[in-house]
Design a protein around this ligand. Sequence first.
Ligand SMILES: *Cc1c(COP(=O)(O)O)cnc(C)c1O
Length: 404
Amino acid sequence: MIDINKIRKDFPILNRQVNGKPLVYFDNAATSQTPQQVIDVIVDYYSNYNANIHRGVHALSQEATDKYEAARHTIQKHFNAKQAYEVIFTSGTTHSINLVANGFTSILKKGDQLIVSALEHHSNIVPWQMLCEKTGAILKVIPMTPEGELDMEAYDALLNDKTKLVFVNHISNALGTINPIKSIIDKAHKFGAAVLIDGAQASPHIKPDVQALDVDFYVTSAHKICGPTGVGMLYGKEEWLNKMEPYQGGGEMIDQVTFEKTTYAGLPHKFEAGTPNICGGIAFGAALDYMNAIGFDNIAEYEHELLNYGTKQLQDIEGLKIYGTSKNKTSVISFNLEGIHPYDVGTLLDKMGIAVRTGHHCAQPIMDYFKIPGTVRASFAFYNTKEEIDTLVQGVKKAKMMLS
Ligand SMILES: *Cc1c(COP(=O)(O)O)cnc(C)c1O
C-alpha cells in the first residue's frame, strides 16, 4: 500500500505553485521529480566529500570512490546483474545506446540485419541508423497495431540467420505500451541475435531482472527514476562487453599508454573514460534505494489505479481520443481533442498549473502512423493523486470549451 500523504511530503517541488495554481505535475515520462532523500545525498556529496575517484590516495577521494562503487552495486542488485562490472555508468539512455551501437561497428558486416520497432524513441533509432551507414547493415522495422502494440507475427517473419541485433523499448514513452520483451528476447536468441532493451520508460514502474530476462543489454536514465539528470546505466552481458570496442578514449579507461600502443582497462572502466558524474552516480543509487523502500509492487498497483481512473474520466469527454489502448500499459495517457492542436491544449493547461507534455514525444514514427502532429501526454507517477487527475479532467474540459 502507498501512503500517499507521506510520499508527497518527500517531494518539496510538489508544494510549489505555477501560474498562481498548485502544481499538478503530469510530465513524469519526460522526467521524474526528486525526493528530499536524494537531494540530501547530492548536498552531502558537495558539502562533505567532493573529490575525483579512483585516482587519489587521500581520504576524500577514497570516500567518493567507495560511495560511487557502492552505487554501482546497488544498481547491480536492483537489476540483478551477475557482476557489478557488467554495470557501466553512462550519462543516460541515449549515451548507453550510442555506446552499444558504436561497440558493434567492428562486429557487423555488410548485409547483416538489425531489427527495431515502430514504437521507439528517437534515441533507439538514430544511433542504429548511423551504425547501418558505417557498416552496410540493414535496418528492419517491427510494425505496430492500431492499439499501439507490436505485431509479433511480423516480428517472427523478420527474424533470420542474418539478424544480429534487436532493439526494442520495454515500455513506449509515447503510448505507455508494455512490450512482451521476454518473448522478443527468446525469439531473437534462437537466431543468435543480441537484444538491447531500452528500459528508460520501464524503470520507474517495473523492477526488471536482467538474468531472468536473459537480455544482452538493458539501458536506462536515472532522471526517470527519481534520480538526477546526466547519469544513467548500461547493463551488458560480460561476453558482449568484452567483444565491443570502447566508445571513447581518455583517462580511466586505459591499462597502459605509450605513443605506439594503448591497451584498455578491464570492465567496467574500458567504457568509462574521463571523470564521470560522480555525485550523479551516487544519487542514482540513492534514488533506487528510495523507490525500493516504497516497493515496485506497491508503485505498480497504485499507478494502475491512477491509469484506470484517468482513462475512464478522460474518455468520457466527447471528442477526446486516446492513443495507445493496449491492455498491457503503464500510467501514460496520450490523447487529442478533435480538431484542436495538442500544443494549444498544453498551453492552456499550463495556465492552470498542470504540466503535461505536448508534441511527438521524440517518437515521430508513431505520430506518422496515427497521422497526427503529436498528442497531449499526461503521465502519472506514484506521488500523483486522483484529485490531481480530477483537476486535469476539469482543465481539459475547460480547454475544449475555450478552443472549440
Ligand atoms: C526518456 C527516454 C529515452 C531518452 O532518455 P535520455 O535520458 O534523454 O537519454 C529513451 N527512450 C525512452 C523510451 C525514453 O522514455
